[in-house]
Unconditional design. Structure first.
Length: 73
């Protein structure tokens, strides 16, 4: 009984992470910037050539999400 309880917690954790990462940033300017730069890096075979840092954590997350989308990851 104790083993199945632990397994339920392990299964729930990835679901919660996916839900947090499921944020819709598509209308966010920093997301769109990330998409463009990710696409440019993919086209020129570069690896995250522009390391952007934003003051707001939400902007940083949006940029990284856009970059990964543009890069094709």
């Amino acid at each position: 009984m104790g083993i199945s309880g632990g397994a339920a917690q392990v299964v729930a954790a990835p679901f919660l992470q996916e839900k947090e990462q499921g944020q819709d940033y598509t209308k966010n300017k920093t997301y769109q910037q990330g998409v463009r730069e990710g696409q440019a890096d993919r086209a020129h075979n570069k690896d995250h050539s522009k390391k952007r840092h934003f003051k707001k954590d939400e902007d940083q997350k949006a940029y990284e999400a856009g970059y990964q989308k543009g890069r094709g990851s």
